[in-house]
Design a protein around this ligand. Structure first.
Ligand SMILES: Cc1cc2nc3c(=O)[nH]c(=O)nc-3n(C[C@H](O)[C@H](O)[C@H](O)COP(=O)(O)OP(=O)(O)OC[C@H]3O[C@@H](n4cnc5c(N)ncnc54)[C@H](O)[C@@H]3O)c2cc1C
Length: 403
């Protein structure tokens, strides 16, 4: 049986695992990156790519997004594969004055962390984006935001990690772990084992199953999002666009599911980006349907109808394809990032819901800090993996029964 030795063994080759591998390799660690499939086979290859700070909840999530956004361009410059990072800026479109009121405290919070936000009335909004509907009330513009091709970004980070000495094992699924004295002693893989000083779990929506192999609870559940891709054509927008109502769909699934409005019930929130190929990627929905990645006629119909209302030119584009991805959702709406107190040499980075593309860079930097014994620059204690009761305990059983 072959034994592979490493400083850091990472499970999961999505954008989060790839970023952790890249950052750790950059700091000189000997890294092994393992995935049951291939890079970006999970959610990171089935999503859109806003590097958006204005959609984040004030507090820690906003702080992480600002930090990640700040380091994104520098990391992109270091990579040899172009991930199509485009600092286009974002527009939060306001459909009616009531939305404007609801956004007031959100904008104040953004400004308090140094994010420039500029209100555009209808006339100025149309000067920036002439294809927007004149029925819209106005828009908040955030000029520092960007979009990236998430699939290419994941591949670029993996390539960057490999160039810095990382070994990759694709189509490799851990069969189990040997533990000893509260630590992982080895990861068992088909035909061999990996013996590492430290391990990182970055398994996205599959985290719960992986966590249970070492007796910890990582309650990440899939939240499906559907997207429409159009053929290349005249780009109907320069900025990425997002509806103010998108923030509601994201933040309050309970209210959305209780609503009699079918758009709310399927968690619809309008967003549109024009990618480097000149295609529109239009979203999106939010639904808890297990691991079902099918698209629905209702979801696609609502996505297109709502897009045409805001950007009438979308009616003249051709739909190329539709697809769905699974956001890694955690019930307390926070990702899980940090060192496990129950398995001493285990780090976790998972559960980024609709923010993993944006937060990937700061997450990789934090995990590399922890793996090299440095204190991260941001206090991540609220994100600890220890906030969930271990599987099989009375507390965990009660929670599972309620759910
Ligand atoms: C429709 C949609 C739109 C989105 N838009 C945005 C956006 O605009 N901006 C943004 O920031 N975020 C967005 N997101 C969220 C973002 O895509 C995710 O947060 C991010 O991709 C999660 O990355 P990950 O690496 O944690 O998970 P994944 O990409 O799913 O990677 C997990 C990897 O782990 C592997 N794996 C799992 N279990 C095992 C195992 N036991 N052994 C080995 N390998 C294993 C899987 O094969 C997979 O490759 C969107 C998501 C969706 C669905």
């Amino acid at each position: 049986m072959d034994t592979i030795e490493a400083d850091l063994a990472i499970v999961g080759g999505g954008i989060i695992g790839a970023s952790c591998a890249y950052q750790a390799a950059k700091r000189g660690l000997k890294v092994v990156l393992v995935d049951q499939a291939v890079p970006a086979a999970g959610t990171s290859g089935a999503c859109d790519g806003y590097v958006a700070v204005s959609s984040k909840k004030p507090g820690l999530m906003m702080e992480l997004a600002v930090a990640s956004k700040q380091i994104y361009p520098e990391i992109v410059r270091e990579l040899s594969l172009d991930p199509e990072y485009m600092p286009v800026g974002g527009l939060l479109v306001v459909e009616d004055p009531a939305d404007l009121e609801a956004l007031e405290s959100h904008v104040t919070a953004l400004r308090s962390v140094g994010v420039p936000m500029e209100y555009l009335d209808r006339q100025r909004m149309l000067a920036f984006e002439p294809n927007l509907s004149p029925t819209l009330h106005g828009a908040w513009r955030c000029p520092v935001e960007a979009i990236v091709n998430p699939y290419r970004m994941t591949l670029a980070l993996v390539a960057g990690a490999v160039e810095r000495g990382t070994r990759t094992l694709w189509r490799t699924r851990p069969k189990g772990f040997e533990t000893n004295d509260g630590r992982i002693a080895a990861m068992l893989i088909p035909g061999g084992r990996i013996v590492a000083e430290q391990y990182v779990f970055c398994a996205g929506v599959w985290s719960q199953e992986l966590g249970r192999l070492v007796g910890i609870e990582l309650p990440v559940i899939p939240r499906r999002g559907e997207l429409v891709v159009t053929e290349r054509g005249a780009a109907p927008a320069r900025h990425y666009l997002m509806s103010a109502k998108y923030l509601v769909a994201k933040a309050d699934p309970e209210a959305a599911s209780r609503s009699s409005d079918p758009r709310m019930r399927i968690g619809h929130g309008f967003c549109l980006e024009v990618n480097a190929q000149g295609q529109c990627i239009i979203g999106s929905t939010r639904a808890f349907v297990g691991y079902d990645r099918n698209v629905t006629p209702e979801g696609i119909a609502i996505i297109l109808a709502e897009a045409i209302k805001r950007v009438p030119a979308v009616a003249h584009t051709k739909v190329l394809r539709v697809f769905a991805g699974l956001r890694p959702y955690v019930d307390d709406k926070k990702p899980i990032i940090g060192r496990s107190g129950r398995v001493a040499n285990l780090l976790v980075a998972a559960g980024h819901e609709g923010d993993g593309i944006c937060l990937s860079q700061i997450t990789g930097a934090i995990i590399a800090d922890l793996a090299t014994g440095r204190r991260p620059t941001i206090d991540i204690s609220p994100l600890t993996p220890d906030r969930f009761a271990p599987p099989g305990t009375a507390e965990n059983r009660a929670k599972t029964a309620i759910a």
